[in-house]
Design a binder for this molecule. Structure first.
Ligand SMILES: Cc1cc2nc3c(=O)[nH]c(=O)nc-3n(C[C@H](O)[C@H](O)[C@H](O)COP(=O)(O)OP(=O)(O)OC[C@H]3O[C@@H](n4cnc5c(N)ncnc54)[C@H](O)[C@@H]3O)c2cc1C
Length: 351
């Protein structure tokens, strides 16, 4: 088990790309095999599709859990892996994968986090979640400068006049979180109905009636500004002529879509945007790189959470041989192995 930091370089045993349900369970299986992990996800929280696409929907086919929502499943997985203290790097895209001169893997994210490990586990599901771009001509020249699709540092918006566009959870959450520090927040949505959690909608409406923020029911038709700096947005309200609303930043939350993204350039064999694997080990065409969950393909594959859990267990067995070449793998049950129970911190309770 190795883990250390040299300046900005993080070192661990395994880098897991994707913190969806399968990436999370991989932490558990690797942990039982004395393998430490760092996880990277472009989302700002764990859970992958369960958290992003169906947090409130019931799932009925998790073994021994007759029903739980996407959020509950994620919470239970986090509790289960807690004994292994995984390190999460959220809001970051795993962009580059390189081999180091000493045969390890180095993963670099778009925020400049650099992690080195002997193993890489690609648990990238249907790909990385990327924001849908609003249909506004020329918006790309403002992106990352004054127009954003996610909030990475709240401080950047202190004392700014912000327009937030959208009607879902992300838009409403950021309205509520940024309103106290921004100079002024204006929420722009095309209709006076919101998909966000009812509690968030109530909070937003209360802020509007207190006069602490503005709500505009309108379409964003264009952006005004130069050299990447926005100075306003043009709003098209029903039955009115378009008018300009001055602002320093536009935060647009028009939903997310999944794209394979950088994984396509990792040098691993792909077949129809999926990663073929050996079903005994879930290793890819590149030794020490594994692929589990929705991202992999093999004869008979079913894109179900329970398939990914099984794959994580077999992956961890092969991973053990790489990380601990001097140790013999022992098959053990958590019910009866005091070794596994002490790793889980339940040794006393199990006696
Ligand atoms: C509406 C709906 C209902 C479903 N219902 C069920 C059900 O009832 N039962 C069931 O078993 N399954 C169900 N599924 C399928 C299930 O959600 C997936 O099988 C499961 O989420 C796969 O888990 P995963 O961890 O492999 O991938 P994902 O959940 O897709 O997570 C992958 C993560 O990797 C991240 N990622 C990818 N590439 C990168 C990168 N380069 N850098 C950083 N992060 C990256 C993504 O952002 C994502 O968070 C459902 C799916 C949907 C859409």
């Amino acid at each position: 088990m190795t883990e250390s930091t040299t300046q900005n370089l993080l070192k661990t045993d395994a880098i897991i790309i994707g913190a969806g349900p399968v990436g999370l369970f991989a932490v558990f299986e690797l942990g039982l095999n004395d393998i430490k992990c760092h996880l990277i996800d472009i989302l700002d929280r764990p859970g992958g599709q369960c958290a992003e696409l169906y947090p409130e929907k019931p799932i009925y086919d998790i073994p021994a859990v007759p029903v739980c929502t996407g959020t509950e499943l994620t919470e239970r997985l986090l509790e289960q892996i807690n004994p292994f203290h995984p390190h999460f790097h959220f809001g970051q895209m795993a962009e580059k994968l390189e081999k180091t001169p000493d045969g390890k893997w180095r993963v670099t994210t778009d925020l400049g986090t650099v992690i080195e490990a002997g193993l890489v586990v690609v648990a990238a599901g249907g790909g990385s979640f990327v924001p849908k771009r609003p249909p506004i001509k020329g918006i790309e020249t403002f992106e990352g400068k004054s127009v954003f699709y996610s909030v990475r540092k709240m401080e950047q918006f202190r004392e700014k006049h912000i327009v937030i566009a959208g009607g879902g959870d992300s838009a409403l959450d950021w309205v509520i979180n940024l309103q106290p520090i921004a100079k002024r927040v204006t929420l722009v949505h095309r209709r006076d109905e919101f998909r966000a959690a009812p509690d968030s909608v109530l909070k937003m409406r209360a802020l509007v009636s207190e006069g602490a923020m503005d709500l505009k029911i309108a379409n964003l038709s264009s952006i005004v500004g130069t050299d990447g700096q926005i100075s306003g947005v043009m709003l098209q309200e029903d039955g009115k002529t378009p008018h300009e609303l001055a602002c320093d930043n536009l935060l647009a939350f028009y939903g997310l879509t999944m794209k394979l993204g950088p994984v396509a350039h990792f040098g691993i064999n792909l077949h129809e945007n999926l990663i073929p694997v050996d079903t005994a080990t879930f290793e890819t065409s590149v030794p020490t790189i594994f692929a589990i969950g929705d991202i992999n393909s093999y004869p008979g594959k079913m894109k179900l959470i329970l398939s990914g859990f099984h794959e994580a267990a077999l992956m961890a067995k092969k991973a053990f041989a790489y990380v601990h070449p001097d140790r013999r793998y022992r098959f053990q049950y958590t019910t009866s192995s005091s070794d596994l129970q002490s790793k889980l911190g339940v040794a006393d309770a199990a006696e």
